[in-house]
Structure formats: structure tokens, C-alpha cells
Design a protein around this ligand. Structure first.
Ligand code: ADE
Length: 220
């Protein structure tokens, strides 16, 4: 898979791409990620990319021209253009799974008051990561990119993906590691039993219990 991130703040992405699972996925050629500065496509003085809103109001609006040009510079027949925006469809694991099957994602990060509305004519999907407003689309783009990359076959072991939260609309079961007793807090006996059938039953029942307790909406 290829992911192109279009942003006015490319430096926000660099450290994230150089650590942990995302770095390994890139190094193993399971994904190729490019961060593209929208400002490089400005043809105006001082690489201007935004201007005041028609009709008045506060803040600056990102202009059509540099964004159209930036998208066209990377778009091909397999591309899906995603715009990060608080007014988009609320993101979830189901959308992450759908995106992980695509060949090429172009993720557009907004900033300031947002994008000129006409930019939406070149966008396939508007995505929000929740009902709150961030200073820009960079953190949302990182969340989408991270959640998609970990679903690409080979990035994470199949076993880890099977039991994790949101699979079958259930949250994950609790996990424990050494020591067996910490400050009087004990690891459930069944996990020490070596009986794999019992452990699986316990974990399944814990997934149901935790989901009922924390996210009953998922069970509807
Ligand atoms: N930009 C600002 N807030 C956002 C949000 N919640 N989701 C996606 N993009 C955003």
C-alpha cells in the first residue's frame, strides 16, 4: 500500500514514521509513506496557501489551487482521497479495515478555519476522528494512518489482530504479565493453569463482560 499525506506541517509526521511498528512496516516494504508539503505547490508570493474567508469571519481558509495541484501530483487510478475534518464521517475500526484494502490513500490535513469548500469536489471521503475539534488534521491523519497500517497483512501477527478490541464488536480481554502477585494484586488463577481451553473460555467471557460494562452500545 502507498499512503501520501498532504499537510502544511510535514515535520509533525517525521518522528512518528521513525519508530516502532510503523517504521518496521516501512522498512519491510509493506507500506510506503510520503509526506508532502502543500506549500510547495503554491504559486503565490511567500508560498501563500491561505486567505481570508469571503463573507467575512475569523481565521484563514486554505485555498483551492495548492491543494488541487498537490493532490494531482500524486493521484492515480487507484487513489482514494480522504479529507480529515471534524464534519466527516466518524472513524471506526470498520472504516480502518475498509481502508486497509486500498492500494493508495491520499490523506489531506486541514488547518486554520478549514479548506475552501470547492476542494471537496476532489475528495472521496471526509473523515472525523471524533466529536471534538483539534487544531488541525495532522493528529487525525496519524490516527488513520496508524490504524490502517497495522491491519496490512504482515505488519502485526494474525493472532494479535483476532482477539483485539472491536473484532466481533467486542472489546479486548484483560492481560497480565509477571510477577504473579504485585502489591497483593493477583493474576487470575485460570491464566496460570496451562489449560488452553479454559483460558480461551475465560477470555471470551471477559470480552463480553468488559464490553457490557464499558461499551454496552457495541452490543446493540
Ligand atoms: N480536524 C480538526 N478536528 C478534527 C477531527 N475531530 N477529526 C478530523 N479532522 C479534524
Amino acid at each position: 500500500m502507498k499512503i501520501d499525506i498532504l499537510t502544511l506541517f510535514p515535520n509533525m509526521f517525521t518522528p512518528f514514521l521513525e519508530e516502532s511498528i510503523i517504521k518496521r512496516a516501512i522498512d519491510n516494504d509493506l507500506v510506503s509513506i510520503r509526506v508532502i508539503n502543500i506549500r510547495d505547490f503554491s504559486t503565490l508570493n511567500n508560498s501563500q496557501v491561505d486567505d481570508t474567508p469571503y463573507g467575512g469571519g475569523s481565521g484563514m481558509v486554505i485555498m483551492c489551487d495548492p491543494v488541487f495541484k498537490a493532490v494531482e501530483s500524486v493521484r492515480d487510478d487507484d487513489s482514494l482521497v480522504i479529507m480529515m475534518s471534524p464534519s466527516g464521517k466518524v472513524y471506526n475500526e470498520c472504516i480502518a479495515k475498509e481502508l486497509s484494502t486500498k492500494k493508495h490513500l491520499i490523506i489531506l490535513c486541514g488547518h486554520y478555519e478549514g479548506f475552501d469548500e470547492r476542494i471537496k469536489t476532489i475528495v472521496d471521503m471526509e473523515v472525523s476522528i471524533g466529536d471534538y475539534v483539534l487544531t488541525g488534521g495532522e493528529v487525525p491523519a496519524l490516527a488513520v494512518m496508524d490504524s490502517v497500517v497495522r491491519l496490512i497483512p504482515g505488519v502485526i501477527s494474525e493472532g494479535s489482530l483476532e482477539s483485539e478490541s472491536f473484532n466481533d464488536n467486542l472489546l479486548d480481554y484483560p492481560v497480565y504479565t509477571k510477577p504473579r502477585v504485585y502489591n497483593g494484586l493477583e493474576v487470575p488463577e485460570v491464566l496460570l493453569s496451562g489449560d488452553h481451553k479454559k483460558i480461551e473460555e475465560y477470555r471470551n467471557s471477559e470480552r463480553n463482560r468488559v464490553t457490557k460494562e464499558k461499551r454496552p452500545d457495541l452490543l446493540k
